[in-house]
Design a protein around this ligand. Structure first.
Ligand SMILES: *[C@@H]1O[C@H](CO)[C@@H](O)[C@H](O)[C@H]1NC(C)=O
Ligand SMILES: *[C@@H]1O[C@H](CO)[C@@H](O)[C@H](O)[C@H]1NC(C)=O
Ligand SMILES: *[C@@H]1O[C@H](CO)[C@@H](O)[C@H](O)[C@H]1NC(C)=O
Ligand SMILES: *[C@@H]1O[C@H](CO)[C@@H](O)[C@H](O)[C@H]1NC(C)=O
Ligand SMILES: *[C@@H]1O[C@H](CO)[C@@H](O)[C@H](O)[C@H]1NC(C)=O
Length: 441
């Protein structure tokens, strides 16, 4: 899924496309940031629970979003995770300018060189429009093109690019366009690169807030329900015979579903080449994990009782190869889409929606295990962290709590995976966009 297109991934492996240069620059920047993160140790004794409430230092203006002024952005492209980040960045840009964001097109397909293969899909064919506005009311707002009064009052704003287009210049441009004559225009249309490549000016907390307002439309949500109940049904069957697991579940009190573990397995060949390069450059061995290492670490999760159902979220092209189902220890029942019998559900939909269903299945898992250098995994860990915060969990790194996440690429206790809680007080989304091994627990 994410594998097939990712700036950090395929592009860096020497793809000769137009964007590869930009990617390399982004990569270098990221490499520096990661190195910095590796070299600067976290200050000991800082209580996580205090950090969560640190005031955001966002340059946002504050309350409310004007109704009659709009911002238009280029089509949102690439993988699901890239699209979510790009969409949130567009929303936060509109918020800073005190404008309503005109509902953008997402892309149903992955980007493959040709622009007409981008397959635009309206935002409201994937996420609920009204629900989004209700949940994000007072923070960011989406508008429809039919809300526009005067189509002629459009101001185009060209995003700069290149080395000289710094974060400060970008911020300055946004400020300039938020006042005076510029601000008179009913619509400001940003032209240039897709929002994923824009400079980031907003804290992780603001992104998390936008992600929380993204609710799948009913039809897609139901498909995710179907997949989750298939997984839970298997858990129920083995639960009847074997001993039940430690964690409790309260989703459906009558049917007593058993917990499941979702593992976002990044073992595809293109990922392996990419991550080996990255490891070499960053001088670390904490990015790639072999199938063997993932299985071993998941098997060592402290407090996880067996039998246990393990859902393996992998790219479609791996579905034919059952080798990921082999090698699991006794008591672990690994399933992927095909073995679960849900591949037909997925095949009905284009890439973006398949990915969104998988995301939802991982999000709802009782335990999630991913790779902290994967954006897909990172966004899931972020949303699960938000969920714990909402539930009022204080010490999110403790052993016996609901909704734990782990990173298998980093060794944790007892040779298990490292516990993973997103640090909500970061001032940009940088680490989540490009990976980190600084995962807070
Ligand atoms: C945003 O627009 C609304 C409505 O015009 C206005 O009340 C509010 O003060 C504006 N906020 C800022 C920060 O400009
Ligand atoms: C979104 O895509 C549709 C085609 O599906 C197109 O007609 C429409 O103009 C696009 N909207 C924007 C804002 O690009
Ligand atoms: C639309 O905007 C143009 C240019 O600013 C202006 O001349 C025209 O009167 C406006 N029309 C309406 C209906 O507001
Ligand atoms: C499945 O993958 C493994 C390792 O990635 C490989 O050795 C094997 O040949 C593959 N099997 C098939 C049927 O493609
Ligand atoms: C979270 O991020 C903040 C700001 O980057 C940093 O000061 C703090 O040490 C981090 N906390 C943890 C637990 O890593």
């Amino acid at each position: 899924m994410e594998v097939l297109f990712n700036c950090k991934l395929s592009q860096l492996m020497g793809g000769g496309t137009v964007r590869s240069l930009a990617c390399k620059c982004v990569f270098l920047l990221v490499a520096v940031l990661i190195l910095r993160a590796l070299l600067v140790p976290p200050s000991p004794g800082v209580e996580w629970s205090n950090l969560v409430y640190i005031k955001s230092q966002s340059p946002s203006f504050g309350v409310g979003v004007r109704q009659g002024k709009f911002l238009e952005v280029p089509q949102i492209v690439w993988g699901l995770n890239n699209q979510k980040i790009a969409f949130a960045r567009a929303c936060l840009t509109a918020r800073m300018m005190n404008r309503t964001l005109l509902m953008p097109n997402l892309s149903a397909s992955l980007f493959y060189k040709e622009i007409d293969l981008l397959q635009p899909i309206s935002f409201d064919k994937v996420f609920q429009f009204d629900k989004f506005n209700a949940l994000c009311s007072g923070f960011v707002q989406l508008g429809r093109y039919s809300d526009l009064l005067n189509q002629t009052q459009v101001l185009e704003m060209q995003k700069g690019s290149g080395r000289k287009w710094t974060v400060e210049r970008d911020l300055d441009q946004l400020r300039q366009h938020s006042k005076g004559d510029f601000d008179e225009h009913e619509v400001i249309r940003i032209v240039g690169k897709n929002p994923f490549l824009w400079h980031d000016h907003w804290p992780v907390k603001d992104y998390a807030k936008v992600f929380e307002c993204l609710v799948l439309i009913h039809e897609i949500g139901q498909e995710a329900d179907r997949v989750v109940s298939k997984i839970r049904a298997i858990g129920r069957d083995i639960g009847r015979n074997g001993e039940s697991m430690e964690l409790e579940n309260d989703d459906k009190p009558n049917s007593q579903p058993l917990p499941y573990v979702a593992v976002h397995m990044r073992v595809e060949i293109d990922w392996m080449i990419h991550c080996k390069n990255l490891e070499q450059r960053l001088n670390t061995n904490q990015i790639c994990s072999s199938k063997k290492e993932i299985i071993e670490r998941v098997g060592n999760i402290k407090g996880l009782k067996t039998p246990s159902v393990v859902y393996l979220a992998v790219a479609d092209k791996l579905l034919q190869n059952s080798s990921i189902l082999e090698g699991w220890g006794e008591g672990f029942l690994p399933f992927e889409k095909k073995k679960l019998g849900v591949d037909k559900i997925y095949k009905k939909y284009p890439y973006l929606i398949q990915s969104a269903i998988d995301y939802e299945v991982c999000l709802r898992a009782d335990i999630f295990v991913g790779n902290s250098f994967s954006t897909f995994s990172s966004l899931i860990a972020l949303e699960r962290t938000q969920k714990m915060i909402r539930m009022g969990v204080n010490n999110m790194c403790e052993t016996n709590i609901r909704w734990p996440s782990y990173a298998y690429n980093i060794q944790g206790e007892l040779n298990g995976p490292m516990r993973w809680v997103s640090n909500m007080s970061h001032s940009t989304l940088q680490e989540i966009s490009y990976g980190t091994n600084h995962i807070s627990c």
